[in-house]
Design a binder for this molecule. Structure first.
Ligand code: ATP
Length: 275
């Protein structure tokens, strides 16, 4: 674990109704790096992201820039940490531009007015996520992918040094998957932001993430530089699908899955016989 980490977890354990969800997680997330959190369904990725953003309180310690997260007042925390949760059912009766403007709230007080600079920032963020032409459209009238990009734009204008996004590209078409991950990666490189995302697409993780955390059953199975974590035997074991990782000196790793179709066939035949 890096002692230089901007975000630091020590022995983090989390249970719900006596059911253990995360066990003894100790991790460091360095500044200026793009971190991916990977793992099968139910591994604990969302729970981990909610803990590192202060949405859930766990046993153990979570420190951001050397201070426990619990020491930050809510508005102060919002200036430090921007969160994009998985899309939920909340329907905003606001336009895309108004939703993005909400990202400026942590920097305002009751008497603050929005400046020309604020408006420029909001329009730039909408443009950055490809929504410049939808600025006046109601959030509820945006497609799922557009809503997701709108919430990412809101996180961008928040200007926080730590951005945490739960499955930020799962509603996006291929173009925007790459556009958003490229944008987040450049925020790390050019502005020194710490970005943490959960992802299901291992090839996207290989292409964009500097570091990876691989989770299973509430435990960290591996963490570190992406090239080290993306290893055939480990991934085959964790995801229960045989795979081959092709490493190359000049290109990012490419993961090829070889699903055990015969096994799936046997299982579905078994279901038919049993019913
Ligand atoms: N409120 C809750 N009550 C009971 N169990 C919960 C609750 N929230 C999460 N869990 C359980 O905790 C485990 C981890 O859930 P979590 O959402 O963190 O997984 P995940 O890795 O994000 O999964 P996915 O890839 O499916 O989004 C799961 O087994 C889930 O059922």
């Amino acid at each position: 674990m890096s002692t230089q980490a901007a975000l630091h977890l020590q022995d983090v354990t989390y249970s719900i109704n006596k059911k253990r969800i995360l066990t003894d997680i100790s991790l460091g997330f360095g500044a200026g790096l793009f971190h991916g959190v990977l793992g099968p369904n139910g591994a604990g990725k969302t729970t981990l992201l909610k803990i590192i953003t202060g949405q859930l309180q766990a046993a153990g310690e979570v420190c951001w820039q050397g201070r426990p997260l619990s020491d930050y007042a809510p508005q102060e925390l919002a200036r430090h940490v921007a969160v994009v949760n998985q899309i939920n059912d909340s329907v905003f009766s606001l336009t895309a531009k108004q939703v993005v403007t909400m990202g400026l709230l942590p920097h305002k007080n009751l008497l603050s007015r929005y400046t020309r600079d604020d408006r420029t920032q909001v329009l730039k963020a909408l443009d950055d996520v490809g929504l410049a032409d939808k600025a006046e459209q109601h959030f509820s009238a945006l497609s799922g992918g557009e809503q997701q990009r709108c919430l990412i734009a809101r996180a961008l204008v928040q200007g926080a040094p730590l951005l945490v996004l739960d499955e930020p590209v799962n509603h996006l078409d291929v173009y925007y998957q790459h556009q958003i991950l490229h944008l987040l990666h450049s925020l790390c490189q050019q502005q020194g932001k710490t970005v943490v995302v959960s992802l299901h697409d291992l090839n996207l993780a290989a292409a964009y993430c500097d570091n990876l955390v691989l989770m299973k059953d509430g435990l960290v199975a591996a963490s570190g530089a992406s090239s080290g974590v993306l290893e055939s035997t480990l991934l085959s074991d964790i995801f229960r699908v045989p795979c081959t990782v092709h490493h190359s000196a000049t290109q990012t790793a490419r993961i090829e899955f070889n699903p055990p179709f015969a096994e799936f066939q046997k299982a579905s035949t078994q279901v038919k016989h049993d019913s």
